[in-house]
Ligand binder design. Sequence first.
Ligand SMILES: *Cc1c(COP(=O)(O)O)cnc(C)c1O
Length: 418
Amino acid sequence: MHDFQYRGDELLCEEVPVRGIAETVGTPFYLYSLNTLESHFRAFQNAFSKVDHLICFSAKANSNIAILRIFVRMGGGVDVVSGGELFRSMKASASPDKIVYSGVGKREEEIEYALELPILMFNIESTQELILIDRIAGRMRTKAPIALRVNPDVDPKTHPYISTGLKKNKFGINLQKSLDDYRLANTLPNVKVIGVSCHIGSQLTEVRPFVEAVQRIKELVLKLRAEGMNIQYMDIGGGLGITYNQEEPPHPRDYARALMKELKEIDCTLILEPGRVIVGNAGVLVTKVLYTKEGDEKNFIVVDAAMNDLIRPSLYGSYQRVQPVHRSDRPEWTADVVGPICESSDFLAKDRKLPKAEQGDLLAVMSAGAYGFSMSSNYNSRPRVAEVLVDKDKVFVIRQREDYDDLIRGEIIPDFLK
Ligand SMILES: *Cc1c(COP(=O)(O)O)cnc(C)c1O
């Protein structure tokens, strides 16, 4: 469920007409519903309320500090993958002791930053990283709390670019090898083994792969405990999918039930790292029709948003629903919705049946709250768009639209070229 619904023919976000926001902030812009964000987060909390758990929102799905703040205020932690995301989490007043840090390429400065705070746990992705973290923690006269991110080799049955838990993926440490790495970690003076973690992929629409992963990891936890390691946390990552088109992903309740069943006898604090399932359907990208073109083979709706604003269709061939902000009874036609960027891969939607568009119409690209703004860029020297949050009848700009000066910030013409 989400809070983008029509009243009459006008699309609203909660109680606010989308068209009115477009008139004040201009287009394109990302628009989020506070109620949807909070109710999705609450659904997760409620689903796991019977077990000791911590929900660490995956910042890379949407890293705006106002959005992070919403979940922090509700008691959530954050799953970060860079020093930049750590910094954002601090700006959102997250508790460091609710932050987990994943990622295959943590740099020394980033590790130091996390140890200074200090965070709850590093999810370590290689033997070399383990050794480096031990060395840095020693230098800082502290102990690094760690889990190893193991790769359980299960097929998440999702798009190859967002599947992460197979042997051929770059993520994590092979399950068999992880036992050796855990034994090594247990001998290192400056790390403290406290958990096991995994994350098998994104936009999963079945519970089965999660259950398989947990079964494999559970065995590992038992082995580690038998060798005297005090495993207190089991981090099972994120990955639960959402409905973009026809998908029917499990409700968090069913996901939780399946996992809790597997984990009954394991006395661990469960860590979850949901991203997409919390924010995906809580946001839309609003864009304006610049031109329409009728081609020999195809019709095109050229809009002012492009692949630099929302790259999922170009990168993964993903489906994003497109809806008019003002519904009409104009005849339908089939068209591609494309942006102004000079790339043929610059499209937001293909072969969509829509009421015939006219110049100046507003369109809403639905389900754009996750991996939308956070993956946006300045390609073609396009300033990044504004982000807006609605709470009932109130509208808040949570990120200003960039201007041309923002585009060249930090660029320097050397003297010899002047
Ligand atoms: C991306 C990512 C997540 C979040 O994935 P979603 O599919 O958005 O839920 C969680 N954990 C890690 C380690 C990730 O890389």
